[in-house]
Design a protein around this ligand. Structure first.
Ligand code: ADP
Ligand code: GLC
Length: 478
């Protein structure tokens, strides 16, 4: 099939979270499976182009209502998939991927238009345009309006994948003309317009031929008021087309046998390297290593979604009473950064908070920690718990979304389970899960079994990618 991906992140070029990992891996899998795959993404000024071979393939004028942009498109040569980078410094030269600037919607409307212009200029007729999150979610509607007569798109179907429903691309209706869809005002959600807003993700949910999200549980949760972000009614109305496909893992990047960022490689049959990685990790972070003292790791965007507010009260008491160590890598909301900063100051021998974004350290924490904590309020899929499983690092999670689908609580009586999942997002839940994990850690035979169970789990793209191929086929035939 001819597949076109449009997304705002792709590893290794531009990453703030798991979306980048997915776009870095799924298209590559699909290309290997024999499809013709292209990805369109912005050429942010943060993309390191020094190791890329880029070829300018065309210049495009991009009118968005009264605004005029010009974009130069570069094609990356080399391994499949083909990546088209959209270069427009005025929009993508902001030193970071996302902003809260007044033209944020235009930054990604431009991306969406250029993706379609590329198809026209190079006569690409995609069977599927696979759009990701709000940043590309206007494309389905563009195909049904301005581009409805374009013969290249006659057979094109669209799949919208929602990686996180809480980011919707909502902007004031006064900027509505920036979509170039004035003539089609009937196509916009009318009540919302009366409230003065246009919501790009919502328009995507209305017009995409298929809607998917990144785990079966989250696919159900987004159809409830609690986690539906105001779109649950629309998602319920389309529930026959809403599917949940768990993300895969790029085991070429994330395996302790081959990880280039960890000094000591190891595998399920010989875990001795893991203890050395732990020593190395603690050493790097200036924490004392002591055999038998467990290390809990966190690697995360520090935002409300990730649930760390629960730690503020519980952690000091748990650290004092149970004596484990905590290693945190992340950045984000100042209040959460402050909380981890004060934990570090209060427990200098037990806690290290590395503020920032650092891929090699993320790998080292996966390898060197004994446990990995993800107390997310909601989690569409979550990738770190999947990486943790492969690294023999036992996940402690809130049972929500993709975390519920991928981590089963350890049962000593049956020897089954891969981690610890607490039911209710409250301090008692978190305390229970951490205590249960630490108690199990002391029972060496149980812990070994638990680690082995996790390392044996398989979430490869070979399996998950096939599920996307089935959805594409079904859409193409519809
Ligand atoms: P989300 O996409 O919501 O942030 P995921 O668990 O799906 O959550 O993916 C997070 C990805 O981003 C993982 O690959 C993780 O290692 C990476 N990541 C998050 N924060 C950092 C950080 N501070 N430094 C390095 N990598 C990070
Ligand atoms: C989002 C979600 C995360 C998911 C990732 C990739 O950022 O928050 O749960 O794993 O997208 O799909």
């Amino acid at each position: 099939m001819n597949l076109l991906f449009v997304a705002s992140e792709m590893a290794p070029f531009a990453k703030t979270g798991g979306l980048a990992d997915v776009i870095g891996a799924l298209p590559a899998y699909l290309a290997e499976a024999g499809h013709d795959v292209r990805v369109v993404m912005p050429l942010y000024d943060t993309v390191d182009t020094s190791k890329l071979t880029l070829e300018a393939v065309g210049d495009f004028a991009v009118p968005l209502g009264p605004h005029r942009y010009s974009a130069r498109v570069f094609r990356k040569t080399g391994n499949a998939p083909t990546v088209y980078f959209v270069h427009c410094p005025e929009l993508y030269g902001r030193g970071r991927l996302y902003t809260s600037d007044g033209d944020e919607h235009r930054r990604f409307l431009a991306l969406s238009y250029v993706a379609l212009f590329i198809c026209q200029r190079f006569e690409i007729a995609p069977d599927i345009i696979h759009v990701h999150d709000w940043q590309a979610a206007l494309i389905p509607m563009l195909l049904k309006t301005l581009f409805a007569k374009e013969p290249l798109f006659r057979r094109t179907r669209t799949l919208l994948t929602i990686h996180n429903l809480m980011y919707q691309g909502s902007f004031p209706v006064e900027n509505g003309p920036d979509t170039n869809l004035d003539k089609y005002s009937d196509f916009f959600h009318q009540d919302l317009m009366k409230q003065g807003r246009v919501n790009i993700l919502l328009q995507g949910v209305l017009y995409a031929d298929g809607v998917s999200t990144v785990s079966p549980t989250y696919a159900k949760e987004i159809q409830t008021p609690a986690l539906g972000g105001g779109l649950d009614g629309l998602l319920r109305a389309r529930s026959s087309t809403v599917v949940g496909i768990l993300n895969g893992v790029d085991y070429k990047e994330w395996s302790p046998e081959t990880d280039r960022f960890i000094p000591h490689k190891y595998s399920a049959s010989d875990l001795s390297g893991k203890e050395h990685d732990k020593q190395h990790l603690l050493n790097q972070l200036g924490l004392p290593y002591q055999k038998g003292v467990p290390v809990i790791g966190i690697v995360s965007r520090l935002v409300g979604q990730k649930g760390f507010a629960l730690l503020a009260k519980t952690m000091p008491e748990l650290l004092r009473r149970l004596g484990f160590q905590l290693v945190v890598l992340g950045s984000g909301e100042p209040a959460l950064e402050d909380m981890f900063g004060s934990l570090q100051r209060a427990f200098p021998r037990q806690v290290c908070f590395y503020q920032g974004f650092k891929n090699d350290l993320a790998h080292l924490i996966e390898a060197g920690a004994d446990m990995f904590l993800m107390p997310s309020v909601y989690e569409p899929c979550g990738l770190n718990q999947l990486y943790s499983l492969r690294y023999g690092t036992v996940p402690i999670v809130h049972r929500t979304g993709g975390l519920a689908d991928t981590v089963q609580t350890w049962s000593p009586s049956t020897g089954t389970g891969t981690g610890f999942a607490f039911e209710h997002h409250d301090e008692a839940g978190l305390r229970w899960a951490i205590q249960a994990a630490l108690a199990t850690y002391k029972k060496t035979a149980d812990w070994d079994q638990l680690v082995q169970n996790g390392m044996a789990a398989d979430f490869s793209w070979q399996t998950q990618g096939k599920l996307y191929e089935l959805v594409y086929k079904r859409l193409a035939q519809s």
